[in-house]
Structures are given as structure tokens and as C-alpha cells.
Design a binder for this molecule. Structure first.
Ligand code: NAD
Length: 288
């Protein structure tokens, strides 16, 4: 049985680790939050008291932590624990340079590294239907495929180390922009006295349809902004988008608009809300 050390058992990591257990992997998990570790044990995994304990002896080590500082901290903790040949898969969304740093740091020790950020949200993690965009060596991608197939449905190697993060940045641009536009559509329909529920239903069935309209329109209309995916994390991701655009020397005016909307949500105290709370920002702009 393949052994996996899984570090970071939050909104995404918890269901991913549970799905790996269900798929027959031996999973030892660690999170700073002990209740998350207890939940993995209840799901049939093992608990560890630290990241090095979770990683010790594992053939594959996976991380799903919030952002760059946490990935760098975990890698620094594990650098002397991971054995040569171990496959280190970072599912977190971070900037491409952090993924490249992880690869350089761990490859020196003979560890194989992939950046594998995901899309599909909490429900996609629960249902094991995530999209996974992978950067790294083809052989390492092939070795990790059974893990990816246990948590995801659409899986692609998109290039060398860091490439997965560039694709994830593109994903977050589209997701943020879509939320912003759906929010404006709701504001428009409601202000004009139109039935927005019926309106969004018909939009969802036409060319304007999207996974966001499919999965989130009811919650948005109910102003249910429980996360899901927190505005704070989307703010981090829009920073990655804008940095990547600068590095690539491309002009992305809409990316700046999306980043500003996300910033506004954060500035209005909605950092802990779901990113569908861009609706509250759009309403505020019109005094609604
Ligand atoms: P989360 O905050 O719910 O989970 C992160 C977990 O990591 C927390 O339980 C936290 O305690 C733990 N953690 C932090 N530092 C740690 C450390 N040093 N050692 C061990 N555990 C540590 O966040 P999330 O929503 O699960 O997101 C995780 C990553 O996935 C982020 O990079 C996010 O951008 C990305 N992502 C999230 C979603 C989503 O819908 N929530 C979707 C796709 C990608």
C-alpha cells in the first residue's frame, strides 16, 4: 500500500486526504488544528503530531496549506526528513517562483517535486472531481497519477516546475472575473425589477452558463457567503496573477479590475467570506 503524508487538512485538504484513504492509500495527516487531524483519523487515516512525523517514511508527501509562507515553512521543516526518491506534491496555490524554489531546494536532496494546484472548490474536493494543473518532470507526473486520479477528474501536466501555478493563476482570473460579472448581472436584474432567480436559471442554460452559475447562483441569491473559498485567498491569488502578468510583460486590464473588486471586499471586512461575496461589493457600488 502506498504511504502518503498529507500536511494541511483544511477546507480542501480534509476531503482530499479522506478520498485518498477511500482509494486505498495509507494516509498520515498533520494540521496545526488538532480537530482536523482527528477528523482524518475518524475517516480511516492516521494522525501525526508534526509535519516531519507525517512525512517520515512516506513515499509521497502532499501539502495543501494556505499560501507561500506556509509552503516555505513546511518545506524548511521537511528538508532533512524526506528521503531521496520521495515524491513531494504541493497542491497549494502559490506563486510560480515559490514552486521553483521548492523544486530547487528539495531536488538537491534527491526528492522529486511537483506543483499541483487544483480547481473545483470544496464540493469538487468532496466529490473527487478536481481539475489539477501540474508542473514538473513527466516521469514524476506519471508516478503521481494514481494520487491525482483519486482526488481529481481532469488532470494535466502543463509544463516544468511552476507551470501549474501559472495555469492556476489563469484559472483564478477567470473565476474572479466570472463572479464579478454574475454579481453585476444580479444587481442589474434586481434593480430593474426582474425575477433574478428565473433570470439566472435561463442564463445558466445558455452561452453565459458556467460552473459558477451552476453551483453558486442559489447561494448568491440567498446572500449565503459562508466559505467555500475565502476572499482572503482570492486576494492572494490575484496578487499572483498581477505578478505573473508583470513577469510575462503582458497587459491585462481586466485582471486589475478583478483584483480591485476582491480588494474592496477585503477592505469592507469580507476577507473571511466566500468569494461569491463580490455580490456585496457590486451592490455597494450602486447603493443597494
Ligand atoms: P484552509 O485555510 O481551509 O486550509 C489550510 C489548512 O492548512 C488549515 O487547516 C491550516 O491549519 C493548515 N496549515 C497552515 N499552516 C500549516 C502548517 N505549517 N502545517 C500544517 N498545517 C498548516 O484553506 P483551503 O481553502 O483548504 O485552501 C488551501 C489551499 O488550496 C490554498 O492555497 C487555496 O488557495 C487553495 N484552493 C482552495 C480552494 C477552495 O475552494 N477553498 C480551491 C482551490 C484551491
Amino acid at each position: 500500500m502506498t504511504t502518503i503524508g498529507f500536511i494541511g487538512l483544511g477546507i480542501m485538504g480534509a476531503p482530499m486526504a479522506a478520498n485518498l484513504v477511500r482509494a486505498g492509500f495509507e494516509v498520515t495527516g498533520f494540521d496545526l488544528d488538532q480537530t482536523a487531524v482527528d477528523a482524518l483519523v475518524a475517516a480511516g487515516g492516521k494522525g501525526a503530531a508534526s509535519a516531519p512525523e507525517a512525512a517520515a517514511g512516506a513515499e509521497i508527501v502532499a501539502t495543501m496549506v494556505p499560501a507561500d509562507p506556509q509552503v516555505r515553512a513546511v518545506v524548511a521543516e521537511l528538508a532533512d526528513v524526506l528521503r531521496p526518491g520521495t515524491l513531494f506534491v504541493d497542491f497549494s496555490t502559490v506563486c510560480p517562483q515559490t514552486s521553483q524554489w521548492v523544486a530547487e531546494t528539495l531536488q538537491d536532496k534527491g526528492v522529486r517535486v511537483l506543483d499541483a494546484p487544483v480547481s473545483g472548490g470544496q464540493q469538487g474536493a468532496v466529490d473527487a472531481v478536481l481539475s489539477i494543473m501540474v508542473g514538473g518532470e513527466p516521469d514524476d507526473f506519471a508516478a503521481a497519477l494514481p494520487v491525482f486520479e483519486a482526488v481529481g477528474r481532469t488532470v494535466a501536466r502543463v509544463g516544468p516546475h511552476g507551470a501549474g501555478q501559472v495555469v492556476k493563476a489563469a484559472n483564478q482570473l477567470v473565476v474572479g472575473g466570472t463572479y464579478g460579472l454574475v454579481a453585476e448581472a444580479i444587481v442589474l436584474m434586481e434593480a430593474a425589477g426582474v425575477d433574478a432567480t428565473a433570470g439566472l436559471d435561463v442564463l445558466a442554460g445558455g452561452l453565459a452558463g458556467s460552473r459558477i452559475l451552476e453551483l453558486k447562483r442559489r447561494g448568491m441569491l440567498a446572500r449565503d457567503f459562508r466559505p467555500g473559498f475565502r476572499i482572503d485567498l482570492h486576494h492572494k491569488d490575484m496578487g499572483i496573477v498581477l505578478d505573473a502578468a508583470r513577469q510575462a510583460e503582458v497587459a491585462l486590464p481586466l485582471a486589475y479590475q478583478v483584483a480591485t473588486l476582491v480588494q474592496a471586499a477585503r477592505s469592507q471586512g469580507r476577507g473571511g467570506d466566500d468569494h461569491s461575496a463580490l455580490l456585496a461589493v457590486a451592490e455597494g457600488l450602486s447603493g443597494r
